[in-house]
Write a protein that binds this ligand. Sequence first.
Ligand code: ADP
Ligand code: ASP
Ligand code: MG
Length: 436
Amino acid sequence: MGLKVAKFGGSSLADGIQLTKTKNIITADPARKYIVVSAPGKRYDGDVKVTDLLYLCKAHIENNLPYEQVFQVICDRYMAMAINLGVTVDLFPEFEKIRQNLQNGASSDYIASRGEYLNARVIAAFLGYDFVDTEGLIRFDAKGRLLTEETNEALAEELKKHESAVLPGFYGTTPDGKIKTFSRGGSDITGALVARAVNADVYENWTDVSGFLMADPRIVSNAKPISRISYKELRELSYMGASVLHEDAIYPARLANIPINIRNTNLPEDTGTMITDGVDHGDQVITGIAGTKDFDVIAIYKNMMASEKGFIRKLLTILEDYDVGVEHIPSGIDNISLVVSKKDIEGKIDDIVDEIRRKLAPDTIEVFEEMALIATVGHGMSARQGTSAKLFTSLAEAGVNIRMIDQGASEINIIIGVINSDFEKAIRVIYNAFVE
Ligand code: ADP
Ligand code: ASP
Ligand code: MG
């Protein structure tokens, strides 16, 4: 029969109607024994996710604004769902406890995590499954880094005791017992950790699209579905912005060789995307395109840079001192560029540039803002001659100016930088050149 772990995203759990679809999917296959849930997502365009409402509560408290109304909206959403589904779980003591903790200065991570916690309580009762809290089971170190092996053992040990269970996604605990969340979209990671811990035959990730598409459907409306993709390709695409699956959800599944299957809660008969190792794409050159806006590029030129020992180390140390991560480092003999995320460097850029000037005395240093990065990914690219030529020619013909090129050593990825305003156009051009 096999064993399946199924994670349901916010849109699959947004209201009573969606939850009924979710229950039908779970009960249709007795192998779906361990269920990981997100907080309720958007019910319609323009609606607000519960997680965002919870962050809003915290922001109100920090700014000494009344938060009760926002908190009440959240409580009402859970109450409406419970009544709608005929679930008799008593949520009032839970709401009261959270309200108390809010007043007593609970952390942003704690508050955000309650979206998943309350949802898992309601859904466990709805399904008649055990509720298993991930608090204390998913473990982080004092610096907030996931303790993968400890987590695996703790989850495996606990889940042995439950024939079927619902677990909240998105959070775990640090050694001092405080709640810590993953980054946004992190319930996908919880799902993968649970799948590894119970040694599942498949990790199903149920969302609102019928699998991974070759490009973001909000940009390319008719993007083709990807039926099979390798862990490696998927990681490149999700890291670069294809938000369907959190990029850190791949590692635990890959480690245990568990296939990930992306499925659509609204169209459960669609087979979706299967993510495994060693995928053969036949004649297909590219597997997908993904990207993100809002990077800054610090471009540094210095004569004889290549022979100046320690130059790159000193440069990176400056960025590290300012706690800024570097996404890409395209370089030439006498020049080097640092691609950094705008939100990481905001408010620090002038100080960083000054320090680079002082410590490294470059001939010139320039900052280009408003850059978007686009990755074209596929195992088929390295074996095909002319892939880059086709990519660059198509963009040139469409009048898109390429500001940066970086071909990763993995050879399954070509990354280009364009200005933000060319982002969508560039994705459509690449898609049309390779797919249409
Ligand atoms: P969930 O709430 O179920 O976790 P997400 O919103 O995190 O769902 O991810 C699903 C969304 O990802 C889709 O609705 C789609 O808009 C977006 N998306 C971005 N890139 C892609 C892609 N390449 N293929 C499919 N969906 C994509
Ligand atoms: N609810 C969290 C978020 O909105 C985690 C998740 O949905 O995966 O980011
Ligand atoms: Mg998601």
